[in-house]
Design a protein around this ligand. Structure first.
Ligand SMILES: [Zn+2]
Length: 257
């Protein structure tokens, strides 16, 4: 078989980058571990995970703090670990549902989402992508300039098609018809194609129990069309990173990971 760039003198493939596996017939070839190791830095580079999050790991997620907060963070970390461990199902297919990390700024939502993405890139060689909503919107808008070297599709297609996507800061952009169109295209296409997405958001998923209670104005539904909020619940399991109301909301949905 043609050499594709495996590591020379690799004990598994002899440097071809491929190994044969029995399939009950003539046998099939799959990329050797050495080839996967070689691809890894490229995949991580191409993922778009910002440099400050490149070293994030699930195990390295800080869970210090007062006891209740700590228990909650430990639980969020455990959910992430389970998600990674069960990403490849017994049927040999990747998971179709994602996670939505909910909580105020500074609670580690992006750390956990990036860590899950990086872990799955390492484990399965999956071509995951990281995108921050605000930068994405600005990048798409810059393509409207006739002198722009890239088109709207150049920017959007890799996000829509990614086998695993981190969509950071859902709701960060004020809802305008343009922003809603972008959101609709991404969420709806990924939902239809059953591609898993890991969202983070500073906004609440549900209305506080009492009308006029604090938090009434921080609803995700005030930033994202309600139809897309419902879609979000079909696509992703909430992971709460704050006490009190955020916690209760997740319970109310009764979804278990
Ligand atoms: Zn090899």
């Amino acid at each position: 078989m043609e050499r594709t760039g495996g590591v020379e003198d690799c004990p598994h493939c002899g440097g071809t980058g491929w190994v044969r596996v029995a399939d009950g017939g003539a046998g099939a070839a799959r990329p050797c571990v050495c080839e996967e190791q070689r691809r890894l830095p490229r995949l991580i580079e191409a993922s778009g995970v910002p440099p400050r999050y490149r070293e994030c790991t699930i195990a390295g997620f800080q869970t210090a703090g007062e006891e209740r907060a700590r228990a909650r963070l430990l639980e969020a970390r455990a959910v992430c670990q389970r998600y990674v461990d069960e990403f490849l199902g017994l049927d040999g297919r990747f998971r179709e549902t994602g996670l939505v990390f909910v909580g105020p700024p500074g609670t580690g939502k992006t750390h956990l989402a990036a860590a899950v993405l990086l872990e799955l890139i390492r484990r399965h060689g999956i071509a995951g992508r990281f995108v921050d909503f605000t930068s994405l919107v600005h990048r798409i808008q810059s393509t409207f300039d006739p002198s722009s070297p890239e088109s709207k599709h150049d920017v959007l297609d890799p996000v829509i098609d990614a086998p695993l996507l981190v969509f950071d800061e859902l709701g960060a952009q004020k809802a305008t018809p343009f922003v809603n169109d972008v959101l609709y295209l991404i969420l709806n296409t990924r939902y239809t194609r059953r591609l898993p997405t890991l969202f983070t958001t500073n906004f609440r998923l549900e209305r506080p129990a009492a009308a006029g209670a604090p938090g009434e104005h921080d609803l995700l539904a005030s930033r994202v069309p309600p139809i897309l909020v419902s879609r979000l619940f079909e696509m992703a399991v909430p992971v709460a990173l704050d006490t009190g109301d955020f916690r209760r909301e997740v319970r109310m949905h009764g979804i278990r990971v």
